[in-house]
Design a protein around this ligand. Structure first.
Ligand code: FAD
Length: 234
């Protein structure tokens, strides 16, 4: 059986004020899904046909999920800690390795949101609306000044010999960190179904939308079937 291998040059999507999601490597194709299923009949496709596309749609619709696991995306992500906390809740078919604030000093880089919003409605059915310019500017100032003070305290403690793992306790959730994230097409679709969704927090939505753009680019038939299936992973 031939494996479809596609190694891409690193592709970076800038996100928020200082973050990004970069596709570092990928082994992902619609043909791998098809052949993952066709091996049941000791058959193999050399290139995608309309019949193969129909098979992908069938597998998606009928929730035959395992053929969608024969792929691999490796991303390098730079994101604020509060986004990472949400992201790393996704366990099945995801691997992560993150910059350690125990071993090296964190950079004084933190997120200051442009999209300052207010929350309206009940839990589970919130709407978010823009605040007026004055409130937005004040909120941005509060966030920025607080983070700056926190990083100054962090520096002072390090200068006094406090261990990095202790001094970091003062750092805000807006602090940027970096990590590798690997996943397969099935786990990526599950992540995108939940996080590239209006009910997810705006900031993680931006990362999920960027990741989904690579799924769409490398696996267009699978991505179209995912959309047709109501954005539910098989
Ligand atoms: C809009 C939104 C709001 C959220 N709010 C909160 C919140 O307030 N508090 C909070 O703690 N979390 C919250 N979460 C996180 C959420 O509960 C999940 O932890 C997260 O979305 C990961 O989903 P998952 O478990 O399906 O994914 P994965 O961990 O990737 O799991 C994928 C699938 O594998 C199966 N699976 C994985 N592990 C197990 C297991 N141990 N047992 C059985 N089946 C398993 C399940 O079918 C699961 O859907 C929120 C998520 C979203 C999208």
């Amino acid at each position: 059986m031939t494996a479809m291998t596609e190694v891409l040059p690193e592709t970076v999507v800038p996100i928020l004020d200082k973050g990004f999601l970069a596709l570092d490597a990928a082994l992902a194709s619609d043909l791998a899904v098809v052949n993952g299923a066709r091996v049941s009949f000791n058959q193999e496709s050399e290139e995608m046909t309309e019949r193969d596309a129909g098979l992908v749609r069938f597998l998606m619709r009928e929730r035959h999920g395992s053929p969608f696991e024969h792929g691999y995306f490796r991303f390098l992500v730079k994101a604020p800690l509060f986004v990472v906390r949400e992201h790393h809740r996704h366990r099945a078919g995801h691997s992560y390795n993150e910059w350690s604030g125990r071993y090296s000093k964190m950079d004084a880089e933190f997120y200051v949101p442009d999209n300052v919003r207010t929350q309206v409605g009940k839990p589970g059915a919130y709407r978010f609306e823009a605040v007026d310019d004055h409130v937005r500017d004040e909120a941005r100032r509060e966030i920025e000044e607080n983070a700056q003070h926190a990083f100054e305290a962090y520096e002072r403690m390090l200068e006094q010999g406090v261990a990095k793992e202790v001094a970091r306790a003062v750092l805000p959730l807006s602090t940027y960190t970096k990590y590798y994230w690997s996943c397969n097409p099935r786990s990526l679709m599950h992540f995108c179904g939940l996080r590239n969704h209006e009910s997810a927090q705006f900031e993680i939505q931006q990362y999920a939308a960027a990741a989904e753009s690579f799924l769409e680019r490398l696996m267009p038939v699978t991505h179209a079937a995912f959309i047709a299936n109501g954005r539910t992973a098989p």
